[in-house]
Design a protein around this ligand. Structure first.
Ligand SMILES: *Cc1c(COP(=O)(O)O)cnc(C)c1O
Length: 421
C-alpha cells in the first residue's frame, strides 16, 4: 500500500465480529490461564501482553502503523518525544561511550544529551549540520556508539544530509539515529537514505491536534550489530535468562531490547488513551502534511515579499540555503514551520505576534491550528542578545507554525498584523 493508505489502514486488522475502530485497552494487566504460559512471556519465548508498562494491544497497533509508515521492522511508543530520544541512546550506550550529535537539534534533546546524559557518563560531541565528510570522519572516537541528527531542525529549519551522515557512520560500524519529527514519514523516510533508527515526538504532526503527548522509536532492522561493538545486543542479557538479542530476534534485536529491557526499567510508557488519539491523528497525516506544506509555501512567499519582513527561513523558498537539499530529501515539501525575522528587532517581533488574531501564541508547534512563538522571549529567554545570535536565534525571530486553515485567512491575518509593526 502507498503511504496515504497506510496512514488509514496499517496497524489494526479487526477479525470477524471485532470493533471496526481500534479499541482503547484501558487495562494495566492481562489474564492467562496458567502460570506456565505467563512464565514463557517473562522469558521472551512467547509473545503477548501481560502488563501495560511492557506491552498493550492499543499501543502495539499504533506502533505497527508507524513502523509501516517509516518502513521499519518494529516500533515502540513512548510517553513523549524526550523519552524516545533518551531510550534511543541508552539502548546502546552506557557510561564511557561517546555519541556524535548534530548541533542543530531540538533544544530539549540538546539539554538531555549535553547535561543529563553527560552527567550519567555518556560523552557527546556536537557537530555542525553542514559538516564536511572529512571533518565528520575526524569526530569519531574508538568509543563512538551512535550518531544522532534531525531531518529538519526545530526551530532553525536546517536540512541534514542524511546520506552523508549514514555513510560515514556505517564506515565506523556505528548506527545513524534520525529525529524525523518535523518532516514525518510522509515527506521523508530516513531509512531510504541509510538511517538505522528513527525517533519522533508524536506530539507534533503525527497527533496533529495538540491533544496527545507521545514519542516513538522505529528500527529499520538494517544495522548489523554484530559488526560493531554492542555487547548489550550480542552477549547474554542476564535479566532475561541469558537472551542474546541479535541471535533470538535477528533484525528486530534493537527494538526488542527497547521494549523488553529499557521500557521495563524506565517505565516511560504511553497511555492507551493517548495512543488511541495518536492513532486517529495518523489517519489524516498524509492529507494534513500536504495542506501544511502548501499553506506554508504560500505564507513564506507572501512574507518574503513584505517590506516589514527582514528575512524568511523556509527550505521551500529558492532563496533558502537548503533549497536543493530539501528537494532531494523532501521532494513533496518539508513541513508547515517557517521562521521569520520581523523588522524592528525584538520589539517589532513582539508587536507583530501580539497583533495576530487567527494565529495564537503557544509553545507548541506543528498542529492543525496556526500558531506563533517568539523564541527569544520564551524558550531561549535566559540568553543575552549575543548568545541568541550564537545559538542561531535572532532576537527578531518568530517561529510561525502554519496550520491547515484556508491559506487566504492565514495570509490576511499575517498582513493585518504586519501593519502594526
Ligand atoms: C517537541 C520535539 C521533541 C520532544 O518531544 P516531546 O513530545 O515534547 O517530549 C523532540 N524532537 C523534536 C524535533 C521536537 O520538535
Amino acid at each position: 500500500m502507498k503511504l496515504d493508505s497506510l496512514c488509514v489502514q496499517a496497524g489494526y486488522e479487526p477479525q470477524n465480529g471485532e470493533p471496526r475502530v481500534l479499541p482503547i485497552m484501558q487495562s494495566t494487566t492481562f489474564v492467562y490461564d496458567s502460570a506456565e504460559t505467563m512464565g514463557k512471556l517473562f522469558d521472551l519465548t512467547a509473545e503477548g501482553c501481560f502488563y501495560t508498562r511492557l506491552a498493550n494491544p492499543t499501543l502495539n497497533a499504533v506502533a505497527a502503523k508507524i513502523a509501516a509508515l517509516e518502513g521499519g521492522v518494529g516500533a515502540m511508543l513512548t510517553a513523549s518525544g524526550q523519552a524516545a530520544s533518551l531510550i534511543s541512546i541508552t539502548n546502546i550506550c552506557k557510561a564511557g561511550d561517546h555519541v556524535i550529535a548534530s548541533a542543530a537539534i531540538y533544544g530539549g534533546t540538546f539539554n538531555l544529551f549535553n547535561k543529563t546524559l553527560r552527567d550519567l557518563g555518556i560523552d557527546f560531541d556536537f557537530v555542525s549540520p553542514n559538516i564536511s565528510a572529512e571533518d565528520l570522519q575526524k569526530a569519531f572516537k574508538p568509543n563512538t556508539k551512535a550518531v544522532f541528527v534531525e531531518t529538519l531542525t526545530n526551530p532553525s529549519l536546517d536540512v541534514i544530509d542524511i546520506e552523508l551522515f549514514a555513510n560515514i557512520a556505517h564506515a565506523h560500524h556505528v548506527p545513524l539515529i534520525v529525529d524525523n519529527t518535523f518532516a514525518t514519514p510522509i515527506n521523508c523516510r530516513p531509512f531510504e537514505w541509510g538511517a538505522d533508527i528513527v525517533v519522533h515526538s508524536t506530539s507534533k504532526y503525527m497527533d496533529g491536534h495538540a491533544v496527545s503527548l507521545g514519542g516513538v522509536i522505529v528500527d529499520s532492522g538494517n544495522f548489523d550489530w554484530t559488526q560493531g561493538d554492542y555487547p548489550m545486543l550480542t552477549t547474554p542479557d542476564e535479566t532475561y535468562h541469558g537472551t542474546i538479542y541479535t541471535e533470538q530476534f535477528g533484525k528486530a534485536a534493537y527494538i526488542t531490547k527497547c521494549c523488553t529491557h529499557l521500557m521495563r526499567d524506565f517505565g516511560a510508557q504511553q497511555s492507551p488513551q493517548n495512543a488511541f488519539l495518536l492513532f486517529l491523528g495518523l489517519d489524516t497525516l498524509a492529507l494534513r502534511m500536504e495542506r501544511h506544506c502548501s499553506n506554508a509555501q504560500k505564507a513564506a512567499e507572501f512574507l518574503e515579499k513584505h517590506d516589514k519582513v527582514e528575512w524568511v527561513n523556509y527550505p521551500g523558498l529558492e532563496s533558502n540555503q537548503y533549497y536543493e537539499r530539501a528537494k532531494k530529501y523532501m521532494p513533496h515539501g518539508t513541513c508547515g514551520v517557517i521562521s521569520v525575522g520581523i523588522k524592528g528587532g525584538k520589539e517589532g517581533a513582539v508587536r507583530f505576534m501580539e497583533a495576530l488574531k487567527l494565529a495564537k501564541i503557544v509553545i507548541h508547534v506543528a498542529d492543525a491550528r496556526t500558531c506563533v512563538l517568539h523564541p527569544a522571549s520564551t524558550t531561549h529567554r535566559q540568553l543575552t542578545d549575543q548568545q541568541l545570535i550564537d545559538a542561531g536565534i535572532a532576537p527578531n525571530m518568530v517561529r510561525l507554525s502554519v496550520g491547515i486553515e484556508d491559506p487566504e485567512d492565514i495570509i490576511a491575518d499575517l498582513a493585518q498584523a504586519l501593519e502594526n509593526v
